[in-house]
Design a protein around this ligand. Sequence first.
Ligand SMILES: Nc1ncnc2c1ncn2[C@@H]1O[C@H](COP(=O)(O)OP(=O)(O)OP(=O)(O)O)[C@@H](O)[C@H]1O
Ligand SMILES: [Mg+2]
Length: 145
Amino acid sequence: MNNTSTFIETKEYKRFAEFCDACIKYRYMGVCYGLPGVGKTLSSRYYANWDYLEKQISYRHSESIGVHADEKIFDCHTLFYTAPAVSASRMTNEIGLIDSKLNMVKAVYQSMVTEEEPQFTVNSFEGINLLIIDEIDRLKLQSLE
Ligand SMILES: Nc1ncnc2c1ncn2[C@@H]1O[C@H](COP(=O)(O)OP(=O)(O)OP(=O)(O)O)[C@@H](O)[C@H]1O
Ligand SMILES: [Mg+2]
């Protein structure tokens, strides 16, 4: 299930969100674990508002960049990424690409609002204060580090 519209903010979710907040505040690298199905993936996506962001960064043509964005885009400071089952070497590039695409959407949407030229920042992770990686058990120790 990827649709967070039916997501319930359980006690466990609130603890997870507090943990994420603490990671941001104290610049921790945290690890969350739990039995299959307890809601790790769904909680992460909900915290990152990923259903919304995924839609924003899934554009295929430059004309569609930012057309579905709204002010909420500026409140998004967390990236969500699922570790690849194979070939962890692409991980860094893929995370960089997600960041660049989000920056692109923010810049284009900002320029729509201000009617000024968009200011692009590439691979900067500007405005990103947390990166959540799901399924890290797929990674070898080297990639995890
Ligand atoms: N807070 C929640 N609100 C609504 N449904 C939930 C919630 N948490 C979990 N679920 C339900 O449980 C299912 C499994 O959740 P999820 O995929 O996030 O588990 P997981 O911990 O990531 O499991 P795995 O370890 O197998 O990856 C979801 O598809 C959803 O139906
Ligand atoms: Mg999961």
